[in-house]
Structure formats: structure tokens, C-alpha cells
Design a protein around this ligand. Structure first.
Ligand SMILES: Nc1ncnc2c1ncn2[C@@H]1O[C@H](COP(=O)(O)OP(=O)(O)OP(=O)(O)O)[C@@H](O)[C@H]1O
Ligand SMILES: [Mg+2]
Length: 421
């Protein structure tokens, strides 16, 4: 063999070796791709011009179509997309066709047997067999989404529970504040009671002495000028005694001594007594009792009279120069047996800023008042497990509403039931 022929043979051998090496490398990398694609837990596909040209085994397993079905000329890949995601996919396909890339996004798939799948897709523009195509990697996130939904429901439930719990706490907090206020009020009232009793006791004796002395002076002097002064002293002593009596009433608030009382009779008696007391005041009294004459509730009759007299007295003292003077006493019975008594006057009314204060002991706007009437009323009504409230408009008049239950469970202390009842 000539030298030239030998060199040509060697070059041919070398070319053949190179080809073999390239083939080995190619089939090795094909094998790598096959292993990666076929064992991937994600679905991988290639879409060229709207046709599916590659799907991995995972696509077959999850979507339920065979590879032949996927690759068939008449296979419409949009049948894989859930109705709600079709517009999104179409628009993204268009963006890809314009050379645009974008981040992963969520969409819905539908399997061959109609099962819905939540999926996350990442797509990339690639060259496949020389043509522009879309490589897609799809992750099934149905379980993850389901978990997310359950988590959201649980979170919502938790928020609702927290809301309800907070509401409960707010309610109990209000109740606590109310109880604290009541406790404070009752302690305050008890302290005031003691004070009232002490003051009344201390004043009674000196007043007695003044009264006797005034009497003696009148007897001894027998001069009209002195008599005039003695009259004044006696008048003021009588007023002071009245105040002392009220202080003592206040200090001596007792538990109600309950018995069956005819509400009609008590109301009539109180209104008629007020009519006598305020005879000169030219007041028109009206009664409107909306129940049978023999209707009874269990209450302390003396305390009931005390409550009503105090309220009616206030109504009769509320006219201050007004000519038209009406006091109306209305009473009715509710289905649960409780009764409401309303004492209404068309007097001067109470300013809004005083409404809360009128039940406080010693709050008065009257020159001769002690300011104990309404505080005694409230105390007695509460001892009867009832409620008393005031509605009033300046210049129009005042309404005092007392509600009493049909039966009174006595209390030994504030808020405690008497175990014997
Ligand atoms: N019907 C009413 N109309 C207008 N003001 C009223 C009425 N009832 C109560 N008030 C106001 O409430 C205050 C307190 O009333 P309360 O009965 O406690 O004491 P008082 O009448 O002043 O004195 P007393 O101890 O002699 O009853 C009164 O001074 C008055 O200002
Ligand atoms: Mg009064």
C-alpha cells in the first residue's frame, strides 16, 4: 500500500471512531433524558403549534390518555384544561407565540374520566426538532390545595370562635362591672344608712329640748311678738323632725315582709292620700288601672305604699308655678304576672344631666327636700326584685316607671337568695 493510501485509511478509521464516540454520547444523553422524563413525579410535555408532540409516562398515568391518543392528529389539548382555565391557557399560548416567557401559574386540568385536578405549570419556549415549541412541566397540587382549603376553613372557624369567645368575655366583663357597681352602690347605701341613723339620733334629743323650751317660753311670755317667733321656731322644728323621720326611714330599710296584696286597693289608697295631702295645689289626679280589682301580687304592703307615696309626692311637687297640673297613675299587668306602675306628671321635668343623680341619696333640688325619696324607692323596689326608671323632658313632664314581679324571692344580702324561700 502506498504511503498516501495508508494515510487515507488511517483518517477513515479515525472518522469512524469519532462517529462511534458521538453516537455513544448521544445515546447516553438520550438515556439520561428518558430516565429523567419518565421517572419524573411531574408531568412533562412538549406542545408544538397547538399539537402535543411529547408526553412523559406521568401524563399518561394522571390524565388517563394513552400516548397514541395524545399524539393523534385530531387530539385537541384544550380538552385537558378545566373550563375556568381555558381563557388563561389560550392567552398564555398566544403570549408564548409572541416569544414571551412568564413565571409559573396555577390552573385546572380535567382527566379523561372527568376528574378535576389543581395544577401548577411552568412553561418554557424551546426548539424541538428545529421548530419553536413549548416545554411544560406540570405539578399536581390538588392535595396541597385541598389542605389549603381545609386550613382556611379551620382558620375561619377559629376566628369565629375567637370572636364568640371575645364577645362572651366582653359580656361577662360588662356583667362584672355592673355587679361591682351594684356592690359599690349597696355598700355606699349601707354606709349612708348608718350615717343617717347616727345623724337622726344625735339631732332628735336637742330638737326635743328646743321644742319643750319653745313651748315653755310661749306659756310664760304670752306676748304676741314673742308668739310670732315661737311659731317660726315650732314650724322649723316640725320640718326638722320630718327630715329626721325620713332619715330614720332610710336607715331602717328592712327586708320586705311579703304577703298577698291587692294592688288596686294600694294604688287607690295612695292616690287618694296624695289628693288629701295636696288638696290646695289644684292638681287633677287620674287613675287607669288595667286589671281586676282583686288581682294580687306578693309584696310588702307598707313598702309598696312608701314607694308609691314618694313617687306621687315628687310628681305633685313638680309644678313650680305651672297652672295646668295633672298627675296620672297608670297600672297594668303583664303576661308573666309582673305589674307596671307608671306615675306621670306634666311638671317642670328633670334635666338630662340630673336623671342619673336623682336616685342618689341626698340629691335634692328642693329647699325643704332631703333627697332621700327616690333612693329609698329604688332600694325598696330592688328588694322586691323589681326595677324603677325615669323618663323626663324639661318643661314637658316626668314619667316614673316601676316594674314589680308577681312573686318576691327575699334576699338576705345583696344578690343572695334566702335559702328558706
Ligand atoms: N316628678 C319629678 N319631676 C321633677 N323633678 C323630680 C321629680 N321627681 C324627682 N325629681 C327631682 O329629683 C330630686 C330627688 O328626688 P327625691 O324624691 O329623691 O328627693 P326630694 O323630693 O328632693 O326630697 P324628699 O327626700 O323629700 O323626697 C328632686 O329634688 C327633684 O329635683
Ligand atoms: Mg321626693
Amino acid at each position: 500500500m502506498s504511503e498516501k493510501g495508508r494515510i487515507q485509511k488511517e483518517l477513515l478509521l479515525e472518522d469512524q471512531l469519532q462517529d462511534k464516540l458521538c453516537q455513544n454520547i448521544l445515546s447516553e444523553s438520550q438515556e439520561h433524558f428518558r430516565v429523567i422524563a419518565e421517572y419524573s413525579p411531574n408531568m412533562i410535555f412538549i406542545n408544538r403549534g397547538g399539537s402535543v408532540v411529547y408526553v412523559n409516562d406521568r401524563c399518561v398515568q394522571v390524565m388517563g390518555y394513552t400516548k397514541e391518543e395524545f399524539y393523534a392528529d385530531d387530539f385537541d389539548f384544550l380538552c385537558l384544561i378545566a373550563e375556568g382555565s381555558k381563557a388563561l391557557i389560550r392567552s398564555n399560548m398566544y403570549r408564548h407565540s409572541q416569544g414571551e416567557d412568564f413565571p409559573s401559574y396555577e390552573y385546572g386540568l380535567v382527566t379523561k374520566d372527568g376528574k378535576k385536578i389543581d395544577a401548577l405549570i411552568s412553561t418554557k419556549l424551546i426548539k424541538f426538532k428545529g421548530e419553536g415549541s413549548i416545554l411544560g412541566i406540570v405539578t399536581d397540587i390538588t392535595d396541597h390545595k385541598e389542605l389549603e382549603r381545609k386550613l382556611q376553613i379551620a382558620q375561619h372557624e377559629l376566628e369565629e370562635r375567637v370572636k364568640m369567645r371575645t364577645q362572651d368575655l366582653v359580656t361577662s366583663n360588662y356583667a362584672l362591672i355592673k355587679t361591682q357597681r351594684e356592690l359599690y352602690d349597696s355598700k355606699h347605701l349601707a354606709d349612708m344608712g348608718k350615717l343617717a341613723a347616727t345623724v337622726a339620733h344625735e339631732l332628735r334629743n336637742p330638737l326635743g329640748v328646743i321644742k319643750v323650751s319653745a313651748y315653755n317660753i310661749r306659756k310664760k311670755s304670752e306676748t304676741p311678738l314673742v308668739d310670732k317667733h315661737i311659731d317660726k321656731i315650732e314650724k322649723k322644728v316640725a320640718e326638722s323632725e320630718q327630715i329626721i323621720n325620713e332619715l330614720l326611714t332610710y336607715a331602717r330599710i328592712k327586708m320586705p315582709n311579703k304577703t298577698k296584696v291587692k294592688v288596686y286597693d294600694i294604688l287607690e289608697e295612695c292616690v287618694s292620700a296624695a289628693g288629701d295631702r295636696f288638696k290646695k295645689e289644684n292638681i287633677l289626679f287620674t287613675n287607669d288601672f288595667d286589671f281586676a280589682k282583686d288581682m294580687e301580687i306578693e309584696a310588702d304592703p307598707l313598702q309598696m305604699k312608701e314607694i308609691l307615696s314618694n313617687i306621687i309626692n315628687n310628681a305633685c311637687q313638680a309644678f313650680c308655678g305651672k297652672d295646668d297640673r295633672n298627675v296620672e297613675v297608670k297600672a297594668s299587668q303583664h303576661d308573666d304576672g309582673s305589674i307596671s306602675i307608671v306615675v306621670k306628671d306634666n311638671g317642670i321635668g328633670i334635666p338630662e344631666s340630673d336623671i342619673q343623680k336623682v336616685f342618689e341619696p341626698f340629691f335634692t333640688k328642693k329647699s325643704g327636700g332631703t333627697g332621700l325619696g327616690l333612693s329609698i324607692c329604688r332600694e325598696l323596689v330592688e328588694l322586691h326584685r323589681g326595677e324603677v326608671r325615669i323618663e323626663s323632658f324639661v318643661g314637658v313632664g316626668t314619667k316614673v316607671i316601676v316594674k314589680l314581679p308577681p312573686e318576691i324571692k327575699e334576699r338576705t344580702e345583696y344578690g343572695k337568695e334566702d335559702p328558706d324561700n
